[in-house]
Design a protein around this ligand. Structure first.
Ligand code: HEC
Length: 148
């Protein structure tokens, strides 16, 4: 039976460590380049930055996920801007948001309820800009959508 010598074990240890470190470094570099690409090509506007603060202040993540982060009580919102047709008609998508926020809670039997959050028109606009920005991010279909 062949025995693994100490030298061979050491070589496997160092070789393996270096090999996986190189892969790790390449992946970090790749993520960095992708993040940079988003930053340069989709700069975040002042309105969208304010919208993110509204997201935090009103704790939307207590119920919703954004890119899969948050609570799973309510729908994922990363691409909701596209669901409301914002890529084709931004003004009408913003109106839809406004009507949605105004109509909560819907009190529809059997559905989770979204509370009335008392967003000002400015908050709604900033939130729309923020969700417009998130919709641009290529998340490579993350999070996966449950099959209907
Ligand atoms: C207490 C929980 C809760 C909080 C906090 C909350 N939501 Fe909701 N939200 C819901 C629920 C539940 C639904 C789904 C309601 C339904 O389908 O009738 C919903 C639905 C939505 C929808 C429609 C989603 C779709 O796919 O059409 C949008 C947009 C939305 N919320 C935005 C927000 C934003 C922005 C905030 C923060 C300012 C927020 N929500 C805070 C519970 C919440």
């Amino acid at each position: 039976m062949e025995r693994l010598t100490t030298a061979a074990a050491r070589n496997i240890f160092y070789g393996g460590s270096i090999f996986f470190f190189v892969i790790f470094a390449l992946l970090v570099g790749n993520s960095y380049m992708q993040a940079r690409d988003i930053e340069l090509n989709h700069p975040i506007s002042a309105d969208a930055a304010r919208g993110k603060r509204v997201w935090e202040k009103k704790a939307c993540f207590d119920c919703h996920t954004l890119f899969g982060e948050g609570a799973r009580f309510a729908p994922e919102l990363g691409k909701v801007w596209l669901k409301y047709g914002g890529d084709k008609d931004p003004a009408s998508a913003e109106e839809t948001f406004k009507a949605w926020f105004a109509a909560q809670p819907s009190r529809t039997e059997g559905r989770h309820q979204m509370p009335q959050l008392h967003l000002s028109d400015g908050d709604v606009h900033d939130m729309a800009e923020f969700l417009r920005w998130t919709a641009l991010v290529d998340t490579q279909n993350w999070p996966p959508q449950p099959k209907k």
